[in-house]
Design a protein around this ligand. Sequence first.
Ligand SMILES: [Zn+2]
Length: 242
Amino acid sequence: MKFLSLKIVFVLILLFSITYVALATEKGRPYYEEKGYVLWEVKTDEKLIALTFDDGPDKTYTAQILDLLAQYDAKSTFFVIGERAEKFPDLVRRLDDDGHEIANHTYTHPYSTTTDNLKQELKKTNDVIRDITGTAPFLYRPVGGSYNERMINTAVQSGYKVVMWSWHLDTKDWKRPGVQNIVSMVTSGAKPGNIVLFHDAGGDRSQTVAALKQILPALQKQGYTFVTVSELMDRTSVKVHH
Ligand SMILES: [Zn+2]
């Protein structure tokens, strides 16, 4: 009996040590923020907010969203998929002409990828955007927002900063949760320096468009200025990795 308890204690100590080592070596959000590799949102008292749109461009919805953003002089950031950008160069040109930021969301939107493939995906999208607009992007958002150390290192080595979003402002608009749900999440949750996640492509985005019709005037009334992610970083002196 005595030996059995000793054995149990030993196993427990071993398990605890393994967990401790695993946790200690896990690079979490504070590490990546401090390094300037990944951005979720910024700390500021200024009423700045960054609206972001993933998975476009889309022939129907991107154009509708651009019309709305123009009405409110709302500069935003579009994380485009390279092969879609290639298919709709006019929309990419318009994003650029309207003063929005164009960012990299891979070329084919793969949910899992090797380091080499990710490098290729980033490079191909980079070239498409640069060929259309003359400017290469330097922000990258991982597909589905899922990342690991290997992906972040690959992106950083390719000259990118990884951009996520404020966790409480993931509108989940792709699930079509209802216009009012999207509106209230953003208008009641928005805080200075936040980054909001929308999708302008990948399916029926009419709820996103309808929600923006209410969100834009509501946030403007609250005193917010809509800025690109780069401007948000510039104006709040977030460390940018080069
Ligand atoms: Zn996506």
